[in-house]
Ligand binder design. Structure first.
Ligand code: 13P
Length: 249
């Protein structure tokens, strides 16, 4: 059985007051069920770890640098993230690939840094609307995966998130058939590259406008092991039903 994971990406939203949501969410999670991780903005990491202490919620960052340390003003290293008590880091989110011009090779290097610091990397891939419309999705995803995922990935330190760029924050979601096709293809690629055991054990998340009212349908796909959720992860009242739908799937 693959582990299920519900990950919330708060992006550049929230202040210390928002951390009250962690206690609310934590209180609604049973003793077992899907793994849950919240990725708040970097300045909140340390306090988020503390706020989630008595809950099952793990904390993650939204990015790390590809170098271990040095003259990189404004950046944060994987080691610094681990030092806060966080356990995960998102790498290669499309918003960073876009606004920070991150390339697959950068994301590969960031993932290696994450692993070296004991963090689980949530590696994001996803196609633009034009690629989707031209039926290039599977090729684009295969290329991103080939470049972004380092050799030596293991199930305990790697999660892949498929987030079609055109579905992020738009309310648009691929059909279940489209999600199945992409996730099956990612699974086949992982098995091909990493072998049966590891390839089958790495969780695959879908992301892009996941909401309480569409989560159940999305989780019907066999190779969807969870979700990477933006807007609907900010409030426990929205995220909890998504986690519950995942638990039932
Ligand atoms: P939304 O759920 O707000 O569409 O964001 C998805 C996302 O980008 C999560 O990383």
């Amino acid at each position: 059985m693959r582990r299920k994971l519900a990950a919330g990406n708060w992006k550049m939203n929230g202040t210390a007051a928002s951390l009250a949501e962690l206690a609310v969410l934590g209180a609604q999670l049973g003793d077992d069920g899907p793994d849950v991780v919240i990725c708040p903005p970097a300045p909140l990491l340390f306090r988020a770890v503390h706020a989630a202490e008595d809950t099952r919620i793990a904390i993650g960052a939204q990015d790390c640098h590809m170098q271990p340390k040095g003259a990189f003003t404004g950046d944060i290293s994987a080691q610094m993230i681990a030092d806060t008590g966080a356990q995960y880091v998102i790498v290669g989110h499309s918003e960073r690939r876009d606004t920070h011009k991150e390339r697959n090779a950068d994301i590969n290097a960031k993932t290696l840094m994450a692993w070296a610091s004991g963090l689980t990397a949530i590696i994001c891939v996803g196609e633009e609307l034009s690629d989707h419309e031209q039926n290039n999705t599977l090729d684009i995803i295969a290329g991103q995966l080939a470049g972004s995922l380092p050799d030596g990935a293991q199930a305990h330190n790697t999660v892949i998130a498929y987030e079609p760029i055109w579905a992020i924050g738009t309310g648009k979601v691929p059909t279940l058939e489209e999600i199945i096709a992409v996730h099956d293809s990612i699974r086949a690629t992982l098995i091909n590259r990493l072998g049966d055991e590891t390839g089958n054990a790495i969780p695959l998340l879908y992301g892009g406008s996941v909401k309480p009212d569409n989560a159940e349908t999305i989780f019907k796909a066999e190779n969807v092991d969870g979700a990477l959720v933006g807007g609907a992860s900010l409030k426990a009242a929205d995220f909890a039903p998504i986690i519950a739908a995942l638990a039932r799937s």
